[in-house]
Design a protein around this ligand. Structure first.
Ligand code: ARG
Length: 626
């Protein structure tokens, strides 16, 4: 379905053309003076220079082309009023019937009126990026939450998305853990090079042990040179493929990933691929060979590097280090080899990475190097979505009360508990349901609190504000949805009662939506079936709500094109406000006129569909009640 603004702009464009001006001047936008009009067109001002005419004269002629002698737009026009205002604005209002028809048509479409691409893109989305054997902390939260939303938004927009967690499972941290395990349990068969038997099925550690071992070993390696050298050696031997170390590594990964899966499931985040840096290992040697033989990589101070600077750079971009002087690969190397693998396997149109914005330079280097060395075609877009830091109320990176790094599990438990306190105050909800509901609302609070900020910005994690049922919060949106559903189910109950009392009264007497040519040019065929019986608005608040709903396809599309989930948050906040204003001013269930009432119910049904669809693409869902 075409966007509402496009439809309105087309009519305006035809009016400009009819008055002898360029059609493209007819672009209409939402009014920035809602007290004066609903929409506006500034084309007359833009055209003044070209046509050497006063903008107000042009605006007057265009308005004349749209209205009859009486100054009122004709029967077939989408406008109910068109006014030329000094210095040359066109102030516009649209017809209630046109808006109602647009909404009815939208309600009958599978994607609520969102037009899907003719040729979907293939997108590889790299997010999450946790490191094996290190506990997930709040820093990983943003990547998971933002990445999941980007994925779902792209899929709703019809694209093919392959999500990959890209585990950090190959670096020095693995060598450190292996080294410390060897100190503690030297008799394990993994460390005996002459051992030829099967290794034990059961891992010789638990996930909590792993999480204790890593920081211990990391600290020790910084104080003890020999320990560090041993960890480096173990990392090297692991990467070279020593059988025992590979077997032990496999168990570390298995135990750690099982725990991660639980954590991500709690966040309602999932990945198609659970690949990691280690999976790029075999692709490194052929890639390095190619870089060398094609003359891109050269030796510098013993290391192998590729230049990626550009004379136009304001700040110098250092060369990409492919191999260190000891031949070891780096984070950059695995990322490059992973690009080569993804290109070969999926031929993606885009690869998107969601990480902390402090990794920006890394991605500039990797992207330039990948393009320069032909690991990926020119036509493939490589994008880095860098996010800001989640801060505490003191404006510093979020910490535990004791000042340590906050584990993700702990953060989630805290917000769940806060929410449970609020849900329990509703005595109608039994204990078990309250717990489930609290988790669901808490997740919405957490995700919405994050996603409602532009990703690149830092934000403050404010438990009190995020969990509030009022204001720009996840719980407020859920509360609105729950309120709508409650009205809808009361209406259904009323209908049943009435049907029992008098079967004729409950008959659906809503009017059929009028024809509205769709973009296929086939008129109304194929849409009337599922369309809701939306009625033209009877009040400004109702019209404002309808105008908000009509924006859905435009916002959903731009949130995708700009990888900007925060636009959807802003949209559902405005929509919820528009609904609540309408709701407070309207006695829906006690309305006597059955046609009017059914029209409102249809409007509520559509509002609920739009809100629910949007929160699901953002990555959370609503409870039955709260
Ligand atoms: N494991 C990395 C980290 O903790 C994030 C990985 C992001 N993805 C990537 N392809 N580099 O910083």
């Amino acid at each position: 379905m075409e966007k509402l603004l496009d439809l309105i702009s087309q009519e305006m464009g035809r009016a400009f053309a009819a008055a002898g001006y360029d059609e493209s001047l007819g672009r209409v936008s939402v009014s920035n003076r809602p007290d004066l009009c609903e929409y506006q067109c500034n084309g007359a001002m833009a055209g003044a220079k070209k046509y050497h005419k006063a903008p107000l004269v042009i605006a007057g002629e265009v308005a004349g082309a749209l209205t009859g002698e009486d100054g009122v737009p004709g029967e077939e026009s989408v406008f109910s009023s068109v006014e030329a205002i000094a210095p040359g604005f066109l102030n516009l209002k649209i017809k209630e019937s046109f808006l109602a028809d647009y909404l009815a048509q939208m309600s009958a479409q599978e994607k609520l009126g969102l037009a899907l691409p003719e040729k979907p893109k293939t997108i590889v989305l790299d997010y999450g990026g946790p490191n094996v054997a290190k506990p997930l902390h709040v820093g990983h939260l943003r990547s998971a939450v933002i990445g999941e939303a980007i994925k779902r938004i792209a899929r709703y927009n019809g694209e093919t998305v392959i999500s990959d967690i890209h585990l950090g499972d190959w670096g020095l941290q693995m060598g450190l853990i292996i080294t410390e395990l060897q100190k503690r349990q030297p008799d394990l068969p993994y460390f005996d090079p002459s051992y030829e038997g099967e290794y034990p099925q059961e891992a010789p550690f638990t996930v909590s042990e792993l999480e204790e071992i890593y920081p211990y070993a990391s600290k020790k390696s910084k104080e003890d040179e020999a320990y560090y050298a041993e960890a480096m050696d173990n990392t090297h031997r692991l990467q070279e493929g020593e059988r025992g170390l590979r077997a032990l590594w496999k168990q570390i990964v298995t135990v750690s990933v099982a725990d991660m899966k639980k954590n991500y499931a709690n966040l309602d985040v999932d990945f198609d691929l659970w690949l990691g840096e280690s999976d790029a290992h075999d692709a490194i040697p052929p890639m390095v060979e190619r870089m060398k033989s094609e003359g891109y990589a050269y030796e510098s101070n013993g290391a192998l590097v590729v230049d990626v600077c550009d004379p136009a750079d304001a700040k110098e971009i250092p060369p990409c280090i492919i191999l260190k002087s000891d031949g070891a690969s780096l984070y950059t190397t695995t990322d490059l080899a992973t690009i080569a693998q993804r290109t070969e396997k999926y031929h993606p149109d885009e690869i998107i990475y969601v990480t902390d914005k402090r990794q920006e330079l890394h991605f500039v280097q990797v992207f330039r190097c990948a393009k320069k060395c032909g690991l990926v075609g020119e036509e493939t877009q490589l994008k880095h979505i860098g996010f800001g830091t989640m801060n505490g109320r003191d404006g510093k990176p979020f910490k535990t009360r004791e000042g340590g790094v906050m584990r993700l599990e702990r953060l989630i438990a805290d917000i769940d508990e806060e929410m449970l306190g609020k849900i329990r105050s509703n005595e109608e909800i039994p204990a078990e349901e309250a717990e489930k509901t609290a988790k669901q609302v808490a997740l919405a609070a957490l995700k919405y609190g994050d996603l409602s900020n532009q990703a690149s910005k830092d934000y403050v994690f404010d438990m009190e504000r995020f969990t509030s049922f009022e204001g720009d919060t996840g719980p407020y949106i859920l509360y609105t949805i729950v309120r709508i559903r409650s009205i809808l189910s009361k209406y259904e109950a009323q209908k049943k009662e009435n049907a029992a009392a008098d079967s004729t009264e409950a008959k659906d007497n809503g009017r059929k939506p009028e024809a509205l040519a769709d973009e296929t040019g086939e008129g109304t065929s194929g849409r009337a079936s599922g369309a809701l019986q939306i009625q033209p608005a009877k009040s400004p608040l109702e019209k404002a709500l309808m105008a908000q709903i009509a924006q859905f396809n435009a916002v959903m599309k731009s949130a995708h094109e700009e990888t900007a989930p925060h636009k959807l948050c802003a949209y559902i906040y405005d929509l919820s406000n528009a609904f609540n204003s309408f709701y407070h001013a309207t006695k829906i269930l006690s309305e006597e006129d059955q046609t009017t009432k059914a029209g409102w119910i249809a409007l509520l049904t559509l509002t609920e569909q739009v809100l629910t669809t949007t929160i699901q693409t953002l990555g959370f869902d609503s409870p039955a009640r709260m």
